[in-house]
Ligand binder design. Structure first.
Ligand SMILES: NC(=O)c1ccc[n+]([C@@H]2O[C@H](COP(=O)([O-])OP(=O)(O)OC[C@H]3O[C@@H](n4cnc5c(N)ncnc54)[C@H](OP(=O)(O)O)[C@@H]3O)[C@@H](O)[C@H]2O)c1
Length: 262
């Protein structure tokens, strides 16, 4: 186990903690004895997770029910965390929109842009400045293996994840001078509520959440980007060797098979 509390400080902030990968980040960071700020819209889920983690690990947990698509969400978050020294941020909340791009409502695409890109940008800026002032900290961006290529029938989702990847990768180098570690986690298909929300069939061979989260926590401070799992690593590697039109065509065929609505 690593000494996250010594490296980054007492408090970690996790977005999208009510489900899936975010809940697992909360569990693994609680086991590292970090105090937690848990963010998502579903208050009940956050509260029961907080109760569980406080009992099991004797840590402090603050629940902040928040819609990250709202324009002024950062004002609430700033107030709620004003007295806390946030040393580690996990920018994890996100969702996918699948289907024919021109048939999907633009409002849903814009909501995804807000949650997947605008919110992590604002959060990275807000807490990145505080970490830089303290000369230590950690930032985990959750992207995806779809960030490495165009993905027809999830075109805009893949674009949002490419944004997360490039923002995180750039900050990995840039924030070093402030003593801040940045890593971007690229999961492949993982067993969460993601496919239910995106209205696609669950991808075959999905990974469990525990090793996906472990890959990020083991990699932070060591590497800028981590792709979770051997199969996903080889998929990403092969994408780099494949002409872009071929990679996008293969992705489109896979999405046609997976999609209920595509
Ligand atoms: N599962 C996969 O196959 C996979 C693969 C690659 C990357 N990822 C990425 O992993 C991250 C976590 O997804 P997951 O797989 O764990 O999916 P999930 O189980 O559906 O969890 C998504 C989380 O995001 C939160 N969220 C969504 N919209 C929000 C909003 N407007 N405001 C605040 N919180 C919001 C949800 O909380 P509420 O609904 O309670 O607000 C939930 O906690 C996402 O960024 C996703 O892109 C997932």
């Amino acid at each position: 186990m690593t000494d996250f509390r010594n490296r980054y400080g007492a408090w970690a902030l996790i977005t999208g903690a009510s489900s899936g990968i975010g809940t697992e980040f909360a569990r693994q960071l609680a086991a590292e004895k970090l105090d937690l700020v848990l963010i998502a819209r579903r208050r009940d889920r956050l509260k029961s997770l907080a109760t569980e983690l406080k009992l099991e690990h004797g840590i402090q947990v603050k629940v902040v029910p928040l819609d990250l698509a709202k324009p002024n969400f950062i004002n609430t978050l700033r107030k709620q965390t004003a007295k806390l020294n946030i040393g580690l941020v996990v920018n994890n909340a996100g969702f996918g929109v699948a289907g024919d791009f021109t048939e999907n409502p633009l409002a849903r695409e814009l909501e995804m842009l807000d949650v997947n890109c605008r919110a992590p940008l604002i959060i990275a800026h807000e807490y990145g400045r505080q970490m830089a002032a303290h000369r230590r900290g950690g930032l985990i961006m959750v992207s995806s293996i779809v960030a490495f290529q165009g993905v027809p029938f999830m075109s805009h989702y893949a674009a949002t994840k490419a944004y997360d990847l490039l923002l995180g990768e750039g900050l990995w180098y840039e924030m070093k001078k402030h003593g801040v570690d940045v890593i971007t986690l690229c999961p492949g298909a993982t067993t969460t509520e993601f496919s239910h929300v995106a209205d696609t069939a669950p991808a075959p061979g999905a990974m469990a959440v525990a090793p996906v989260v472990r890959a990020a926590l083991d990699g932070i401070g060591r590497t800028p980007v981590v792709v979770a799992g051997l199969k996903n690593k080889s998929m990403v590697f092969s994408t780099r060797l494949t002409p872009r039109r071929v990679a996008a065509t293969i992705a489109g065929r896979i999405m046609k098979r997976l999609g209920r609505s595509v």
